[in-house]
Design a protein around this ligand. Structure first.
Ligand SMILES: NC(=O)c1ccc[n+]([C@@H]2O[C@H](COP(=O)([O-])OP(=O)(O)OC[C@H]3O[C@@H](n4cnc5c(N)ncnc54)[C@H](O)[C@@H]3O)[C@@H](O)[C@H]2O)c1
Length: 369
């Protein structure tokens, strides 16, 4: 498959929608207008750097339709109620109404924020996900979860609000800084560990090409990685069962993000360390062989992702995990790998188990600041 040939995968959930891979930004408008009609305004919500590179390409396709652009600053801090409220004011000023289509052009922050905005503005208007980070392509644009953060917790205010479509143009990856590519690679390793051992082997085999950002290899790993998510959300749209497996590494990762106030450690890097902590815990329980844990750590570090953190205290991180949305009646709900290619949910981890798992990924050679 060439880098720019278009491919379509269906998310067959309660609200089915197509995921287009290898689509062109310029063709989005034509597709949306001819497929859905009745769209009087396209409201592109994006960030300055993404707008600079890609907004005009998106604009081109919406012929005969009003197009407006709203930019929000980059950063997890923008996924807030304050920003949501400001977006509402801006949308009203630009004449948005029920015939407006929101175009979420950006990474996971924009997808979550613009998607949540679309879900609540006038009780819900239509939106399309146009992911421009690897993380958004393989993960956040798929599955219909949208949210903003709250001081009491990440993604605490959110909804299941599926897009009309996901429109992935791989050419947008060309401008993406390497650290952001790595964040998406962390989710890709996670998908491989929880559901696709062949993808794991593919990542190991093509490590040097990934580091060179070979477009064909990036396309292939993106398609395979998002297929794992599509499979699970198609079986369980509302996260009542198997979809929860996608949280592998996330309970640990979210605690790291919160501990560093979303600025010190990115989502992908939190997931990377979280994967290692979960794998260590799984090894202790006989769910995964030590050699496989080593393979996971080798792959993550080969991709330049962290497998440990410094300057944080295990007890504090355990406390932060108590606020995880997945917990049930005080019991910590965790996803652990079962070998490479499967994962299981466990609910019987004690705080002491978690403290040991954290201790295994805290680099104690560095004093706590
Ligand atoms: N809804 C879900 O199911 C889900 C799943 C996973 C993660 N998330 C959320 O996703 C967010 C993280 O997303 P992310 O990693 O994409 O980060 P991000 O959206 O913050 O984007 C990272 C940076 O890359 C820049 N950028 C985006 N596209 C670019 C491009 N093509 N070229 C140059 N720069 C570009 C952005 O401006 C930003 O500075 C977190 O808020 C996380 O909670 C949501």
């Amino acid at each position: 498959m060439g880098v720019s040939s278009r491919q379509k995968i269906e998310v067959s959930a309660g609200h089915p929608y197509p995921v287009f891979l290898g689509a062109n930004l310029e063709d989005l408008g034509d597709y949306m207008l001819s497929r859905f009609g009745n769209i009087e305004q396209a409201l592109i919500i994006t960030q300055p750097v993404v707008a600079k590179h890609y907004a005009d390409r998106v604009r081109q396709g919406f012929k005969g339709c009003r197009v407006d652009l709203v930019t929000v600053s980059a950063g997890e801090g923008e996924k807030s109620l304050a920003r949501l409220s400001a977006l509402v004011g801006e949308a009203v000023r630009l004449g948005a109404d029920r015939l407006t289509l929101v175009v979420a052009l950006g990474g996971g922050v924009i997808g979550d924020l613009a998607g949540f905005f679309a879900g609540v503005f006038m009780r819900g208007i239509r939106f399309v996900q146009v992911p421009t980070t690897l993380l958004a392509m393989v993960d956040s644009s798929i599955g219909g979860k949208v949210a903003v953060n709250h001081p009491a917790g990440k993604n605490l205010l959110g909804a299941f609000y599926p897009p009309l479509a996901v429109w992935t143009d791989f050419s947008t990856l060309a401008s993406l800084p390497w650290q952001e590519v790595q964040n998406g690679l962390a989710e890709t390793v996670k998908h491989a560990v929880l559901g696709d051992p062949d993808l794991f082997a593919f990542l190991e085999e093509h490590l040097s090409k990934i580091l060179e950002r070979d477009p064909l290899i990036l396309r292939e790993l993106t398609a395979r990685s998002l297929a794992v998510k599509v499979r699970l959300v198609s079986q369980d749209e509302r996260e009542q069962g198997v979809r929860a497996l996608l949280n592998l590494g996330h309970s640990f990762g979210h605690a790291l993000e919160t501990a560093t106030e979303y600025e010190g450690i990115s989502h992908g890097r939190g997931v990377s360390v979280g994967l290692v902590a979960a794998s260590r815990l799984a090894e202790e329980r006989g769910l995964i062989a030590g050699a496989d844990v080593q393979r996971i750590m080798n792959l993550l570090s080969g991709l330049g992702l962290p497998i440990s953190v410094r300057g944080l205290e295990a007890g504090r991180l355990v406390q932060l995990m108590a606020a995880d949305k997945k917990n049930r009646f005080g019991r910590k709900v965790l996803i652990l790998p079962r070998g490479i290619g499967q994962a299981v949910q466990v609910e019987d981890c004690s705080d002491e188990d978690l403290r040991r798992a954290w201790a295994g990924v805290i680099d104690s050679n560095f004093p706590i600041s």
